[in-house]
Design a protein. Structure first.
Length: 132
């Protein structure tokens, strides 16, 4: 019974950490999408302007609403990229980065250790939106 319980605990732990990764990536993708919507409406903004501050605020707010840590050490927003120009229907690309810290990083199973599970991982999500 005790061997089976440790095995089941290991499976539950792996499933929990996989769900945590998936949730964080979806939240990061939603934050990039919100930033891309704002950037598509303001394609000529540049860092240091009030529009750029609003762009970062919109992106951070979406990430915070999903439960991500938006401290600059964990959450980074790249300036929007316009590879083909700023004409309507040209693409604008928003990229965000997030470091997920595993809340279970101190958990060590007897005989199994961490089983190769992550302590922290960097994720990147990018969204492309046509300029309006």
């Amino acid at each position: 019974m005790s061997v089976g319980l440790v095995f089941l605990l290991g499976i539950v732990l792996v499933l929990f950490e996989g769900a945590l990764l998936f949730h964080s990536y979806i939240a990061l993708l939603n934050a990039a999408r919100e930033g891309a919507v704002y950037a598509s409406l303001h394609p000529t903004m540049s860092p240091g302007t009030s529009e750029y501050a609003q762009y970062e605020s919109v992106t951070r707010t979406e990430a915070t609403a999903a439960g991500l840590l938006t401290d600059p050490a964990y959450f980074q927003i790249d300036p929007p990229q316009t590879p083909e120009g700023t004409d309507p229907l040209d693409p604008i690309i928003v990229t965000v980065h997030y470091q997920l810290i595993n809340p279970m990083q101190g958990l060590i199973l007897p005989f199994f250790g961490r089983m190769g599970l992550f302590d922290s991982v960097w994720m990147t999500a990018a969204t492309e939106m046509p300029i309006r």
